[in-house]
Write a protein that binds this ligand. Structure first.
Ligand code: SAH
Ligand code: SF4
Length: 383
């Protein structure tokens, strides 16, 4: 088996080239051909010596992911379904806006965290993606879009690790992928324009701040542990105070001076004014210790197995106004691509659940969600 060169950041490619008896700077040339020019045929890489091209043909390849489908929403959002083998498929979404183009990238086939409101979580977990599979999403999308939109300049200005999977549970693969995104010889994205979204894998947040500090979004979804335990099962391992303390530490290394908190608005579950006030109290406590944040409220995107409903617009607005009145910058995420099921949390791909997560979630659903704040706060902090 020859090496798939999409599996390397520039450092990894340099080591690979040295293994072929080539100078490190050849790796830079090669990396630029691959990521900046979108080339996959070594014979087209005209400034590489013929001898190197022959070696590469014998020992390496550049393999895109097979595309199973491409859907284009009426709002311009594009969703691709890629085949990652053994019955697994992952999704990638391009979201065009006036001043930027954002690619939402998957990190795993499925997800083992099993959040109750997330379609990916309901599918269970199959396996981690490789660096090549993460970078192939960006590589394909960028070069496809340049042709499709007839643009010679870069189309994708932002990457968000908000597709399928929990990126911080695939850490060793995530880091080289991020490095290739940031590399000036790769995609040249600034750290502020690459966002890792996490449900709160606290020890890995700490490592990310050292290894590759990019913008951080944390999926909060609840103002107390009892409710968050129920919605985001990982909270039982890393409860809110620990998570928020780690967010504060992350800021010291972060490229932005705030953490984005995502909060999925679920009708009657976490969207009451009492929840908003409880959230203000919780965050104020940590703000006093140095936490700075913005809120992004995401109206729940329903899928049929969830048994949950989207909060009404006026409820979302009221929730937002309480946070704003308390001094927190708060936005409500526009739903994009919902006609093609490309909105947040609707990405399901096709996952061969090998871990029984899907069954565990089905069992959990039989347990009613405990949402009343007074009930909930009595057990918060019990961790
Ligand atoms: N695993 C990571 C990143 C992928 S999910 C994380 O959880 O942060 C990206 C975002 O979509 C998260 O904030 C997640 O909570 C949110 N999300 C998941 N399901 C959703 C749904 N059905 N409707 C709206 N947002 C959802
Ligand atoms: Fe996994 Fe994120 Fe979905 Fe939770 S919201 S199940 S962590 S992908």
């Amino acid at each position: 088996m020859t090496a798939n060169l999409l599996d390397f950041d520039l450092e990894g490619l340099a080591v690979f080239c040295e293994g072929l008896g080539e100078k490190r700077f050849r790796a830079t040339q090669l990396f630029r051909w691959i990521h900046q020019r979108g080339m996959s045929n070594f014979d087209d890489m005209s400034d590489l010596a013929k001898s190197l091209r022959e070696k590469l043909k014998a020992h390496a390849h550049i393999a895109p992911l097979p595309i199973l489908s491409q859907q284009i929403s009426k709002d311009g959002t594009i969703k691709w379904l890629f085949d990652v083998g053994a019955g697994n498929a992952i999704e990638t979404v391009f979201i065009p806006e006036d001043d930027r183009g954002t690619l939402c990238v998957s990190s795993q086939a499925g997800c083992a965290v099993g959040c109750r409101f997330c379609s990916t979580g309901h599918q269970g977990f199959s396996r981690n993606l490789s660096t090549a599979e993460i970078l192939a999403q960006l590589w394909f999308a960028e070069h496809f879009l340049r042709q499709y939109l007839n643009q010679t300049e870069r189309v994708i200005s932002n990457v968000v690790m908000m597709g399928m999977g929990e990126p911080l549970q695939n850490y060793s693969v995530l880091i080289p992928s991020l490095k290739a995104m940031l590399d000036d010889h790769g995609y040249g994205l600034s750290r502020r324009r690459v966002t890792v979204s996490t449900s709160g894998v606290v020890p890995m947040m700490s490592r990310l701040s050292i290894d590759c500090p990019v913008a951080l979004a944390v999926s909060l979804h609840a103002p107390n542990n009892a409710l968050r335990d129920n919605l985001v099962p990982l909270n039982r391992k890393y409860p809110l105070d620990e998570l928020l303390a780690e967010c504060t530490l992350y800021l010291a290394k972060a490229p932005r001076d705030f953490i984005t908190f995502e909060y999925c608005m679920l009708q009657g579950v976490n969207d009451q004014t009492s929840h908003a006030h409880e959230l203000v109290q919780l965050i104020r406590k940590h703000a006093a210790l140095g936490l700075r944040c913005k809120f992004n409220l995401i109206p729940f995107n329903p899928f049929k197995e969830s048994g949950l409903l989207r909060s009404h617009d006026d409820v979302v607005q009221q929730f937002a106004s309480i946070l704003i009145a308390a001094g927190f910058v708060t936005t409500v995420r526009k739903t994009r691509g919902d006609d093609i099921d490309a909105a947040c949390g609707q990405l399901a791909g096709d996952v061969q659940d090998r871990t029984g997560v899907a069954d565990r979630i089905a069992l959990q659903r039989a347990v009613p969600i405990q949402w009343h704040p007074s009930q909930a706060s009595s057990s918060s902090g019990s961790h």
